[in-house]
Design a protein around this ligand. Sequence first.
Ligand code: NAD
Length: 277
Amino acid sequence: MTILDGKKVKEEKLNELKEQIKKLNEKLGLVVIQIGEDPASKVYVSQKEKMAKNLNFKFQHIKLPEDVEEEKVLQIIDDLNNDDSIDGILVQMPMPKHLNAKKIQNRIHPNKDVDGLTDINMGRLAHNVDTLVPCTPMGIIHLLEYYKIDISGKNVVIVGRSDLVGKPLASLMTNYNATVTLCHSKTKNLNEFTTNADILIAAVGVPKLIKKDDVKENSVIIDVGINRMKDNTLCGDVDFENIKDKVSFITPVPGGVGQMTVCELGYNTYKAHLLRK
Ligand code: NAD
């Protein structure tokens, strides 16, 4: 069994990216808008800031109060869309309930949409047109490529159909010629699908949902889940300890997919810059 080491791959990829960015001789601009005080968001934003500083971006963290009016958020996005020093804009999820998250995401110009979540970029992805792709799905592809794990022709089973991970990943894997099955909370007999997976991806948010009997021998297991436990440790959606000796490759939590997600945000900011210029 090989552990897919997201931290190592991220560090190598960020060093490569740093060199590419140096050649541009320009400072890239990334803005993260955070609304409210969600504790997990704080951690994610600080990871993004660290990555941005490492790549010498101009990084702006706009913090807005929980009760901010939607119009105000839309106005801020309009201003950023028109600001030529800004390459990438993202609004940290989750947003407070009174806001229309879809409307806010869609206000970001598609060429500055470094989270790849606008309807336009999702549509382009579904049509296999080169575009800004959501960071976690793209990070999974790059992690598999780094370890020379073929995707083409493989049975890829994804558990979880969120707009952030599962759905875009299903499109992306299809574009990479996998045979894709997308499972979710209404799937009957989940185990019948997961045990048929050459590559199984869990993006659910239920600690250790995927057990040893749910995986095929020598398969590849990608654990997207990040669940904070009562003792403050992080746990994935996969029962790592009991599964690891049955499979050929597996990602740890932490240190797996999450690392790649941050790395891809750097790549998307660079790509957004190239798209715009
Ligand atoms: P979400 O909460 O939006 O969606 C969860 C999905 O899981 C839904 O489609 C639901 O149908 C499905 N589901 C729920 N219970 C199920 C069950 N018992 N069996 C099968 N399917 C079930 O999730 P999300 O935003 O995609 O996040 C999922 C997990 O991934 C969370 O733990 C989140 O913290 C983590 N996450 C990690 C990264 C990363 O970079 N590693 C990025 C995004 C999300």
